[in-house]
Design a protein around this ligand. Structure first.
Ligand SMILES: Cc1cc2nc3c(=O)[nH]c(=O)nc-3n(C[C@H](O)[C@H](O)[C@H](O)COP(=O)(O)OP(=O)(O)OC[C@H]3O[C@@H](n4cnc5c(N)ncnc54)[C@H](O)[C@@H]3O)c2cc1C
Length: 358
């Protein structure tokens, strides 16, 4: 059997950079005909984008915000304070630029069967991006499905995709229920003013959105929002299986040094890994992650966030055991099938064998 090629970057041209708010942009990439199949995506998936910024190789994950089938990719990027990539994207990036982009991945996706489904999303800030794609395609694909969106922002000026959401609300009036919840701008309805905390969610779930009427829940944004929403939904009897989340930011990950392509055997633990059909070995210590160890001997390892959130560094554990410090990306079925996030996995046996190609 031929090994699947490892996920690689492809140069894509930026065709549009649209200012969404003072601190966010929608960046559109052209996908040439030859790459259309590779860049096919399901609403909710994300891509890893790479650019050289101030001499650094910077890679970040961005969710696709447009519906599939348009022959293009659009991502929404919101600037974070002192953020390397997001500052570059929102202040310097212009049409004509070419960035390296990896094909779409991710399990935070719409169900394939939308018939009679009521889908609800609780998101904040840039967490709208994957849900934008879901709403845009779901409402068009199946006229029996409904969406409810609870969208938190500071003020109306900081709402990404505001006009597009209003258009969707007008066009699909009976199937799209949109709630803006603004933390720093008083709204006519008190319930929609303030942060999305457990008390506010509790009130919304008791008065406006009956959780028993919702089939699938999608949570996206910072850690606090996802945890609060998940706990409140569980208190309302929503089962874990119908809650999906995508975490954009969990904390800093240490930088990983890259050394020459070679074998390195020193260390008490012996790691073997296959990437692109080629096996390499490296000796390491348990305090190093498998990704850190592998990067010492091979270039081209797939990774992006290094925080357990994006799953770009996913591999299958073939032999040995590991402990995953964090996992915000793999679903239970993947973990049961032996998949691990190599950026978070530390070896707990003397030998470990992993495969990035499956
Ligand atoms: C699966 C996935 C999908 C994502 N999709 C999107 C998307 O669609 N749109 C989008 O704007 N972002 C998205 N992100 C976040 C994005 O990948 C970057 O983390 C973000 O743009 C910041 O990168 P940066 O280089 O500007 O900041 P960095 O230079 O990495 O960090 C600068 C400082 O900001 C802090 N920081 C980093 N990221 C965040 C954050 N998200 N919130 C608050 N503080 C932060 C860091 O700790 C550091 O102190 C996604 C992340 C994941 C894992």
């Amino acid at each position: 059997m031929t090994a699947a090629p490892p996920p690689t970057f492809h140069p894509l041209e930026v065709t549009d950079v649209e200012e969404l708010t003072d601190e966010s942009v929608a960046v559109t990439f052209d996908v040439p005909a030859a790459l259309q199949d590779l860049f096919t995506f399901v609403p909710g998936q994300h891509v890893t984008v790479r650019a050289e910024i101030d001499g650094h190789d910077v890679r970040r994950s961005y969710s696709i915000s447009c519906p599939p089938g348009e022959g293009r990719l659009r991502v929404g990027i919101k600037r974070v304070p002192r953020g390397l990539f997001s500052t570059f994207a929102t202040t310097e990036l212009a049409p004509g630029a070419v960035l390296e982009v990896m094909p779409p991945v991710g399990e935070f996706v719409l169900p394939t069967d939308l018939r009679d489904k009521h889908i609800a999303a609780i998101v904040a800030g840039s967490g709208i991006t994957p849900v934008m794609s879901m709403i845009n395609s779901g409402l068009r694909l199946d006229e029996t499905c409904r969406f409810t969106l609870m969208y938190g922002n500071r003020t109306s000026m900081s709402v990404m995709f505001l006009e597009e959401l209003e258009d969707l609300k007008d066009r699909f009036r009976h199937r799209f229920h949109l709630m803006h919840i603004l933390s720093r701008e008083p709204q006519p309805v008190d319930l929609f003013t303030g942060r999305i905390d457990s008390e506010k969610l509790e009130r919304i779930l008791s008065s406006l959105v009956d959780p028993r009427d919702v089939d699938e829940w999608y949570l996206c944004g910072p850690y606090g929002l996802i945890e609060t929403a998940r706990k409140t939904l569980e208190l309302h009897g929503v089962g874990n299986g119908s809650i999906h989340d995508e975490l954009f930011f969990a904390g800093d990950a240490p930088p990983v040094p890259v050394v020459a392509e070679d074998e390195a055997q020193e260390g008490s633990v012996h790691i073997g890994f296959t990437l692109g059909g080629r096996r390499s070995t490296v000796g390491t210590e348990p305090d190093q992650t498998l990704l850190e160890a592998a990067m010492r001997v091979r270039q081209g390892l797939p990774f992006s966030c290094k925080g357990g959130m994006c799953a770009t560094c996913k591999a299958r554990l073939v032999d040995g055991e590991v402990e995953m410090a964090k996992n915000y990306a793999l679903v239970a079925e993947e973990v049961a099938a032996g998949y691990i996030l190599t950026c978070q996995s530390h070896p707990t046996t003397d030998t470990v064998e992993i495969d990035f190609d499956v």
